[in-house]
Ligand binder design. Structure first.
Ligand code: CP
Ligand code: NVA
Length: 306
């Protein structure tokens, strides 16, 4: 089974993934990073990671997670494959399906992921596209819930660019419950298809231009880079987003014990100040660690083991 978008899953399926992630995290307490999980659920399996864009967390957390599950892993950049010289995405998917048991792909465009998944005969995982970042948001929900309890009782604020991570957050709230206020400039609001989906599924998602209003009375404040990897209009985005910096003054509008999350990499003192990144609200490095645990659960769900 593929893991392409959060909206492809039922609430029960996502809860299964989240529960498995927490269980696996707890069961490793005291184990060395390189030690395998005792049940070795991916023994005999090989996973390929393909990156058309740079990555630190997604790459290394998948590599570590797959090894902990007892599987083998290979990583390649799209540019060093024949994919970079014009071999079709579908043929690449057919070939890799003969070599490995699952592929995680970070593609420049969503269409590449979809084409790859349609031609592959093995599970395919979305490791970020220009449109969504579902592995990140499963991790984010896990991190929020380990601090605050189930998402369906939480109020979340997204501040800044209504980008790919925000889109997966909209889907997460639509499937799991809770509420999401997106505070963003009008020109950078989440794409219509995600807002239409939220409407259709009666998700508690609202969009506003005031960052203070978005953050007000929320349990968790999230932001991301002003310029994502696929964006080109750097100066324009800086101008539009300067007023959306998460700093101490803005955090004061959230609940006193609100969390601060960021998928990272952070651009310190642009979208978030050092004081917030390194301050008492921040759980950004727990969030980064949780990528390992969440992705192990995602992989296991692809193999029907969750
Ligand atoms: N958050 C995230 O996906 O980070 P990388 O781009 O480093 O993988
Ligand atoms: N929105 C960011 C996320 C990076 C993990 C990007 O797409 O570059």
């Amino acid at each position: 089974m593929h893991f392409l978008e959060i909206k492809d899953f039922s609430k029960a399926q996502l809860r299964g993934i989240l529960d498995s992630a927490v269980k696996r995290k707890n069961s490793r307490s005291g184990l060395a990073k390189g030690e395998r999980d005792s049940d070795l659920p991916l023994k005999g399996k090989i996973v390929a990671l393909v990156f058309e864009r740079p990555s630190t967390r997604t790459r290394f957390s998948f590599e570590v997670g797959i090894r902990q599950l007892g599987g083998e892993v290979f990583t390649s950049s799209g540019g060093e494959m024949q994919l970079g010289r014009g071999e079709t995405v579908a043929d690449t998917a057919r070939v890799l399906s003969r070599y490995v048991d699952a592929v995680m792909i970070r593609s420049k465009k969503r269409e590449t992921l979809d084409e790859f998944a349609s031609a592959a005969t093995i599970p395919v995982i979305n490791g970020l596209t220009n449109m969504t970042h579902p592995c990140q948001v499963v991790t984010d929900v896990m991190t929020l819930e380990e601090n605050k309890g189930h998402l369906d009782k939480q109020h979340v604020a997204w501040v800044g660019d209504g980008n790919n991570v925000c889109a997966s957050w909209i889907e997460a709230v639509g499937v799991l419950g809770g509420s999401l206020k997106v505070g963003c400039p009008l020109l950078l609001k989440p794409q219509k298809e995600f807002l239409d989906w939220a409407d259709k599924h009666k998700a508690a998602v609202s969009v506003m231009t005031s960052p203070e209003e978005a953050v007000s009375d929320t349990d968790c404040v999230i932001t991301d880079a002003w310029v994502s990897m696929h964006d080109e209009d750097v100066e324009n985005r800086h101008n539009l987003l300067r007023a959306y910096q998460v700093n101490e003054a803005l955090m004061k509008h959230a609940k006193k014990d609100a969390l601060f999350m960021h998928c990272l990499p952070a651009h310190r003192n642009e979208e978030v100040t050092d004081a917030i990144m390194d301050g008492p609200h921040s759980v950004v490095f727990d969030e980064a660690e949780n990528r390992i645990h969440a992705q192990k659960a995602i992989l296991l769900s692809c193999f029907g083991k969750v």
